[in-house]
Design a protein around this ligand. Structure first.
Ligand code: BGC
Ligand code: NOJ
Length: 814
């Protein structure tokens, strides 16, 4: 069952039924001011940090599911009936409801009793504000008297404190109202120099800023007393819960359309200009007023919207494909790229499942996110890499997370996740391949943000590599530390205390448990680093990386091989994990996916055997599960993985993030059919038809789909903020379609389904537009390339040195 449809031409997903199985959200903003908006206008806004600068309040895990947001009410002042054009919060019956989620904007609207209304929500580029453009049309044959109300609930900035510290917070709320603009200024009188504002383009018939005055006692947002009565009360909040609400009266002739613009924004004043007049306690509004006035003018709002549209047009234009598969096309051309921007911006902080108060930016997560993002905004990727590297520790290890506002490592979580440092090498390598900007390697970067500790970025990569060499276990495999990529395989934790953190508790010394996955990652990172070292004319050093990688490869083949597939790990007793010998958890996806991705066992058939085993034991129609058989009880020596009921999350759920490792592995074996088949099983667009089972948004990946052991097999959870976005984008673009960035140029090496006659693509790369067309003449993956009519040797097409800004590349597959 579907709940809407893709409008590919307009790059929108159109939801046609408001009660979707879960709130289906979109992101507003892509720089500093952000908002989450659901298909019924639920959600909240924040400036930079979802925890520390929350502008509007939201209650997670609410009843109903998604309650609180950017709500508009309309009231027929004759019949006294009122409703919300976005369905929530009144849930009044509606006609023609639709929600169009687009690139950085959302339009929600409907009709009721001859009154058509829709609101376009978006954040203009380079501004710290959001615009709501409400358009109301009278479709009746008679005049209509309508009151329109806007509403939001302010958050007292720190979302964590706001949700817990009521003894203080019920006393601090303050607002000012001037010329109809509502200014929320809680704590401005003391240490804050920022405030929020909520403005309306039309002369108001009233406002409210005190929640209870607006809603009435014991009422909720679905039935505010003031909206019911048709008159706001001009309340001024003192303590309790400040809100913002405007009322505008519209007398509409038959056929008449009116637009009202609301602007919700954030402003910081210089510390010495906080008050006006100086010495008073009144907010200085001089600096913000021109911005407010600008965007209340519908012409300027429209122009800002057009700029946003063009911005996305140019970002998405960097890579466009046309293949025989519509799901591939729309994910690559639109939604997967769009999701990569969201994961880059948010990391894992704020979604419908991440409350914005939990985590900072993950070291491994953000490095991997670069794989899907670097081509869209290389300058921002560069900055991110340098920020991440500055939180690296002198040992070469890394803080597992850092806080975006302070850019410092997070001490609560600390380090010791032994895969972390290698992702920096992978991230930097992706950046170099995209940009050819070798200067980044010479950038001085601190360790642990300590002034004076600066070393070139290249030194950080060296230490990342050596970190593992200094931490090898009894078999010569890397020690796992707290956990590797699979955060829930906690081999040194041994926790029997409820509530203890699986992530940070280590009751064991950690000198025994080893990870075959890290070993595969080490081989991959080592070879990437060797290629980088060669470019720096460090031949001997490069050779040593290759030698260490080769050595590790043979250790894997000796101690990390279980006969038919790669082992996953050794536990603290030296026992095997992910082996035939195990009772449960006999085979895991991570080591088998990553070792093959890294090219281990390609020559001697081990890679083929491992992936055949993955196909046999782990692949399901809803994707490839993490391991089998699922753990049915708690294993103290394995930790969180066995804390989940079978089929969920790391305990044998389909963890979408790691599925692409297998897809890439399959391309390395030349299996285009299977690689694309795996790709399609978790492709959200391809799952649109089973929306009532999948339940999450059909336009973005979810972190997890319940595995075959779960009674909800096929149900997705944790949509939006997941490494899945970057890895699937990378797998389809660079390995299946095979348009792959290399250090010296664009490599063209498709491994596509045999049934495809070919495909075309446009890729902007280092300032040159590559027009690529691939034609299949035989069933294999051999490619012969012609560039601007001349045949070339090999399959790397360097950007032309003669000033050409466009090249035509033709590839014949045989
Ligand atoms: C989740 C993991 C996550 C970890 C750290 C665990 O509960 O299952 O997916 O990486 O928490 O946030
Ligand atoms: C989500 C975390 O953000 C990521 O770091 C981890 O690798 C996966 N879960 C798997 O456990």
């Amino acid at each position: 069952m579907k709940f809407g449809y893709f409008d590919d031409l307009n790059r929108e997903y159109v939801i046609t039924q408001p009660d979707t199985p879960l709130p289906w959200i979109n992101y507003l903003g892509c720089q500093a001011y952000f908002g989450i908006i659901s298909n019924t206008a639920g959600g909240y806004s924040f400036y930079r940090d979802a925890r520390l600068r929350r502008l509007t309040r939201y209650r997670y895990n609410n009843v109903p599911m998604d309650f609180g947001g950017r709500y508009i009410y309309l009231r027929d002042d004759e019949s006294k009936e009122f409703w919300s054009p976005s369905w929530q919060p009144t849930r009044h019956e509606l006609e023609d409801y639709s929600c169009r989620h687009g690139m950085g904007y959302t339009v929600i609207g409907s009709s009721y009793s001859g009154i058509e209304a829709h609101t376009r929500y978006f954040v203009p580029l380079d501004e710290n504000l959001e615009i709501w453009q409400l358009t109301v049309t009278n479709k009746r044959a008679t005049k209509a008297s309508i009151s329109a109300f806007s509403s939001i609930e302010f958050c007292l900035w720190d979302a964590q404190d706001d949700a817990t510290n009521f003894q203080r917070n019920f006393n601090t709320g303050q607002v000012e109202v001037e010329d109809g603009v509502i200014y929320h200024k809680t704590e401005y009188r003391e240490r804050r120099d920022h405030f929020a504002y909520f403005a309306c383009s039309e002369p108001g018939a009233g406002f409210d800023t005190q929640r209870e005055a607006f809603l009435g006692r014991y009422r909720s947002w679905d039935k505010p007393a003031t909206v019911e009565a048709g008159q706001l009360t001009n309340s001024i909040a003192h303590g309790w819960s400040p809100i913002g609400a405007h009322q505008v009266k519209l007398d509409l002739e038959p056929g008449e359309t009116r637009q009202i613009v609301f602007v919700l924004g954030y402003h910081e004043n210089p510390k010495d200009q906080k008050f006006d007049p100086a010495g008073s306690q009144i907010i200085n509004k001089k600096l913000v007023k021109p911005t407010i006035a600008k965007y209340l003018d519908p012409k300027n709002a429209d122009a800002a919207f057009e700029q946003l549209r063009q911005y996305w047009e140019s970002l998405l234009g960097i890579f466009q494909v046309s293949t025989p598969d519509i799901h591939t096309n729309r994910m690559v051309n639109i939604w997967n790229a769009y999701q990569c921007m969201a994961t880059f911006n948010m990391s894992r902080s704020a979604s419908f499942y991440e409350s914005g108060i939990g985590r900072g930016l993950g070291f491994r997560d953000s490095n991997q996110d670069l794989l899907g993002f670097v081509h869209m905004a290389p300058a921002r990727a560069r900055e991110r890499i340098l920020d991440l590297a500055a939180t690296q520790l002198p040992t070469g290890g890394a803080y597992h997370q850092y806080q975006p506002l302070t850019k410092r490592g997070n001490n609560d979580i600390g380090g010791g996740f032994n895969d972390d440092p290698h992702w920096l090498i992978i991230g930097v390598s992706a950046y170099l391949k995209e940009t050819g900007d070798w200067s980044i390697l010479d950038e001085p970067v601190q360790y642990d943000n300590e002034p004076g500790s600066e070393q070139p970025l290249y030194d950080h990569l060296q230490r990342s590599f050596h970190y593992t060499l200094a931490r090898l276990g009894p078999h010569g495999l890397p020690l796992i530390g707290r956990a590797d990529w699979n955060d829930c395989l906690n081999l040194n934790c041994f926790s029997d205390t409820p509530g203890q953190s699986f992530q940070t508790t280590t009751n064991k010394e950690g000198k025994v448990a080893e990870s075959v996955f890290i070993a595969g990652l080490f081989v991959h990172a080592g070879r990437e680093l060797a290629a980088i070292a060669n470019r720096r004319v460090l031949g001997a050093e490069a050779a040593s990386y290759l030698a260490e990688a080769a050595k590790m490869e043979s250790v894997i083949l000796e101690h990390g091989w279980d006969g038919e597939w790669f082992l996953r790990a050794y536990n603290d007793f030296g026992g095997k994990i992910g082996s035939k010998e195990c009772e449960e958890g006999k085979i895991f996806i991570e080591s088998n996916g990553y070792c093959t991705l890294a090219g281990i066992g390609l020559e001697d058939g081990k890679a083929a055997s491992a992936l055949a085993a993955v196909g046999e034991h782990l692949a399901t129609k809803h994707g490839i599960v993490v391991q089998q058989p699922a753990y049915t009880r708690y294993y103290i020596e394995m930790g969180e993985i066995s804390s989940y009921p079978p089929g969920y999350k790391e305990n044998a759920g389909v963890f979408c993030h790691v599925n692409p490792w297998v897809m890439i592995g399959e391309t390395r074996l030349g299996h285009g059919d299977l690689a694309h088949d795996y790709y399609s099983r978790i492709n959200p667009s391809a799952r649109e038809e089973i929306g009532d089972l999948h339940r999450c948004e059909p336009y973005v990946y979810a972190q997890m789909i319940a595995g075959k052991d779960a009674s909800t097999f096929g149900e997705a959870k944790n949509s939006w903020l997941t490494g899945t976005a970057a890895w699937n984008y990378y797998a389809i673009a660079q390995w299946i379609l095979g348009i792959r960035t290399a250090l010296d140029g664009l490599e063209i090496a498709p491994v596509i389904p045999t049934s495809w006659p070919g495909f075309t693509a446009t890729r902007s790369y280092r300032g040159v537009v590559y027009k690529i067309s691939i034609e299949r003449k035989g069933e294999g993956n051999q490619i012969a390339l012609t560039v601007d009519g001349s045949e070339i040797k090999g399959n790397i097409v360097p950007p032309p040195t003669d000033g050409r800004k466009e090249v035509t590349v033709t590839g014949i597959l045989s």
